[in-house]
Design a protein around this ligand. Sequence first.
Ligand code: SF4
Ligand SMILES: [Zn+2]
Length: 388
Amino acid sequence: MSDANSLPLLGSGEKGLRIHDLVKAPANTPWAKAKQQSWDASEPATVYTTPEVLADGTPCSAVTVILRTKGCHWWWSSGCTFCGYFNDTRDDVTNEDLHAQWAAAKEKFDGFKDQGMVKVYTSGSLLEDREIPVEFQETVLRDCAELGKELIVESRCEQLTEEKLAWATSINSTFTVAIGLEAYDDEVLRFHVNKGFTTKSWDRAVANLKKFNLRIKTYLMFKPPFMSEADALDHCVSWIESVAEHSDEISVNPMNIQRGTVIDRLHRHNEYRPPWLWSLVDMIQRAHPIIHPDNGINGDPDQVSRLIVHPTAGGKIRGSHNCGSCDAEVVAAIERYAVSGSLLEFDGLECSCREVWEAEVNLERRLPVPLGLSKPRRGSVIQRLRSP
Ligand code: SF4
Ligand SMILES: [Zn+2]
C-alpha cells in the first residue's frame, strides 16, 4: 500500500519535516514584497512625540523614532507568532540610508531641542550587528549622549553581552534597554510565542545590564496565541511578579493583530479573540500590590517598578476590546493608570458587558480548553450560534 500522506502522525523513519519550512513566510508574499519596495529607504518609518516621564519622575516630551531597517534577525530565520514588524522593513537598507533617516528625524523636531527623551526603535535590536551597522549604532549612542537626552533602545537578549555593553557604555553611559520578554515562562516562550530565547537568557541579559548600571524595561505580552482569557490573566500577573524586582519599567502589551502573522490567521478563523479591556483592568488591580506593596501611587517610596499598559488599537476588533460602547472610557482609564499609578482611575467604570466577561473567565477556569471560550465581537451572534 502506498503512503500518500507526506506527514504521517508517527513519522516514516525519515527526518521529520519542520512546519516552518512548509508555511510560506508572509514576508515573501507578493503583497508584502510590493509594500516593502514602496518605502523610501532614506525616510524613517515614523517620528512622533508623546508625553513621558524621565527616570527621575520629571514629566517631559519624548520623541519616538521608528527607523526603516532590515528588520529582526530572528524573523529572518523564524519569528515570533504575533510580530508584524516585517511590514515596515526593507532588506536593502544601508548605513547611509540609516544616517539619512536619523538626520531627517532630528530635523523634523529641531535637533530634539524640546524633548528630554529619545526612543529609537528598529523593528529588531539596535545593538545587533547583523541588523544595524556598528557605525550607525555608535551615531545614535553618541548623539543622544552629546545632546543630553535619555535614550531608550530595544533589544533581544542575546546581544546584551558584557563585551557589547562595555563598548556601548563607553560611548553612552546611561541608556535604557527595552527587552521584548513577552512571558516569564519557558513553555509559553517556546510554544505560544516562538521567541527563540529562554527565561535564562533574559536573566543573563538583566545581570549584564545591571553590571553596567543600565535601566531595564520589560515588555510582557497579554494573551499570546493558543491561550484562554483566564490563563492570560492569571499568567500575566505572575509574570509581573517574577520580573518586577529586576525591571525599572514593565510595559504590558495587550495583543493586537498585525497583518500576515500567525495570530492573524487564528483571528480570521475565529479561533482567537484579542483580550477584553476588563481583563486588563482586573490584571492591573491584581498586579498593583506587587508594584506598590504599600498601596502607593507612582512616585511614592513603595514603588518597586513602573507598570505601563497601553492597549494599542484599544476598542477596535483587532485590539483589546469590550462591547463597543464602554471601550473608549475603559481605554482612557487604563492609560491614565500608566501615568498616575492610582487604582482610583477605575472607580465608577461600569457596563453590562462586564458580566459577560466575568462569566467567560469563570467558565474558562472550570472548563479549561486550550483556545478558550471567549466569543469574538465580530459578525452576528445568530450566525455564530448556527455555525458548527
Ligand atoms: S524578536 Fe521582536 S522583532 Fe524579532 S520577531 Fe520577535 S517580536 Fe519581532
Ligand atoms: Zn461594555
